[in-house]
Write a protein that binds this ligand. Structure first.
Ligand code: X90
Length: 278
């Protein structure tokens, strides 16, 4: 059986070493002056710097049904992970593509997972899918196992600016205004309904990192895998990693850079943390 893992570019992964059959489906970042496709050719730093100075309108667009159909290719069994369907149409496109695919190729199957999250939590799901596929489990067992695993993963974040989220109707302008002060961060989680849930407004990076770890623990973190994706904030990512490993020696913590979509919404300095519960 030919297995394939597909994820939209909210996962901050263009490719994986462990699974050659992984395909990333790009979202688009759109401004009046320039359009950015979130694939390997994107100059992420160039885009982030451009957005820093650009004062006009900007937004994003999710993949369409054809983008997903192309990504599904002709694999027999496909697992497709999307950004939260609460904030993006990506999940709907992936589901519509699944219907077309399964009708066009009887016997082939697509399992679409609405992550109810973004970035590093998708990475955890993708890593687990890789392991389950390597274990040679059948399609239905993998669907069951990944659904159970999803219950055991979470996402916390700390953001310095919510301008792009607010300008695109993904959070209320009121919340965005709360953190206009330079030093204030917004710490929050991806809620069970796949929405951004604000929790704390710490002043300064140190306090924000503290809060992140506190919230992780409160939501069930006990030393499992952690994936930190940062938007040009290596010092914060490293400091958080150190704090996690101090509290939970031996924890598997990996750091990476956000790619296009999450860089646009998390903005410079933002960090996203996917973690395992229990
Ligand atoms: O369809 C589209 O155009 C994409 C829209 C995506 C909107 C949300 C992106 C969030 C990126 C921000 C912090 C984490 C929020 C977690 C909420 C579940 C990252």
């Amino acid at each position: 059986m030919k297995y394939k893992i597909v994820a939209d570019s909210s996962a901050n992964l263009y490719s994986t070493n462990s699974n050659p059959a992984f395909v990333s489906v790009p979202l688009q970042i759109i401004t009046d002056r320039q359009q950015f496709t979130d694939n390997e050719s994107l100059d992420i730093k160039g885009m982030v710097n451009f957005l820093d100075f650009y004062k006009g309108k900007s937004g994003t667009a999710c993949p369409n049904v054809d983008d997903y159909l192309i990504a599904y290719g002709n694999a027999d069994h496909i697992f497709c992970v999307t950004i939260t369907g609460t904030l993006s149409g990506s999940y709907n496109s992936a589901c519509a593509a699944k219907q077309e695919y399964e009708t066009a190729y009887p016997g082939k199957k697509v399992f679409v997972i609405n992550s109810l999250s973004t970035g590093p939590e998708l990475k955890l799901l993708i890593e687990r899918l890789n392991q389950l596929i390597r274990k040679d489990l059948d399609f239905d067992s993998i669907c069951r196992e990944i659904t159970a695993y999803q219950e055991k993963t979470g996402l916390v974040f700390a953001l310095k600016s919510l301008n792009n989220l607010a300008n695109n109707g993904r959070v209320s302008p009121l919340i965005a205004r709360l953190i206009r002060t330079l030093e204030i961060r917004l710490v929050g989680i991806a809620s069970e309904s796949g929405d951004l849930k604000p929790l704390d407004k710490p002043r300064g990076e140190k306090k924000a990192l503290h809060k992140l770890l506190d919230r992780m623990k409160e939501y069930g973190y006990q030393g499992g895998s952690v994936r930190i994706d940062h938007c040009y904030n290596i010092p914060a990512a490293l400091e958080l990693k150190t704090a996690i490993c101090k509290a939970f020696p031996g924890a598997d913590v990996k750091i990476a850079q956000t790619i296009g979509l999450c860089s646009f919404y998390a903005e410079k300095g933002g960090i996203l943390v996917g973690f395992e519960k229990g």
